[in-house]
Design a protein around this ligand. Structure first.
Ligand SMILES: [Zn+2]
Length: 212
């Protein structure tokens, strides 16, 4: 797994330290890193001076060849479409990207996300064998019926009873809405023909533009 060192100033004590970060992980080779991503601990910087733990967003690629997807967490300095830039690079065959480019013709899913929570959600959706675009359209249906505007966000989550959406309101998580299989399939049939496979940022904003 490729690593690099980045400087970071602790917001608690103001001291500047170098941190070694992972540029990406292939979980088929290093499965132990999945849990570090799913609890976001891979993004924690522990300040060696004051001990403060700070969550830091830095560019990171999560690659799961088994479920055939790659999700890139981007920061505010990242290019608008990092996948296109990445595939055009001379050394793009290195590390986590190796093998994927030759495999491009098969249906691999590439996504960009802006937060560790969004990354975790993509992993959960793809591991469940679902299409994140259908899930986002389903969310819009629920948000449209939320007349009082209480819902701040809906998060995909696998539960014992099957895939579901967790309802996040101002006071925290308030409900769990199971994803109805029939409804999922109906939405998939209706919307899938309109999906543009070149778009790698699939979020609420994308879903709103898709439904229009
Ligand atoms: Zn500190």
């Amino acid at each position: 797994m490729a690593r690099k060192t980045i400087p970071y100033r602790c917001p608690q004590c103001g001291k500047l330290h170098d941190y070694e970060v992972y540029e990406g992980v292939d979980v088929s080779k290093e499965p132990q890193f999945r849990s570090k991503v799913m609890d976001a601990s891979i993004f924690d910087f522990v300040c060696p001076h004051c001990g403060a733990v700070n969550g830091v967003i830095y560019p990171f690629v999560y690659h799961d060849p088994t479920h055939r997807f790659m999700v890139m967490l981007v920061d505010s300095h990242s290019p608008e479409d990092p996948f296109t830039e990445l595939f055009n690079q001379e050394d793009a065959s290195e590390d986590a990207i190796r093998g994927v480019i030759e495999d491009m013709k098969s249906r691999y899913r590439f996504r960009t996300v802006k937060t560790p929570n969004d990354l975790m959600e993509k992993i959960a959706v793809f591991e469940a064998g679902l299409d994140d675009r259908v899930v986002e359209v389903l969310k819009q249906g629920i948000l449209a019926s939320d007349e009082k505007g209480r819902i701040e966000h809906l998060w995909f989550a696998p539960t014992e009873k099957g895939p579901a959406l967790l309802v996040e309101e101002e006071q925290g998580f308030t409900d769990v809405i199971p994803i109805d299989k029939k409804l999922y399939e109906t939405v998939e049939q209706e919307y899938a023909p309109t999906f543009d496979d070149r778009i790698t940022r699939i979020d609420e904003e994308w879903a709103r533009s898709c439904i229009k």
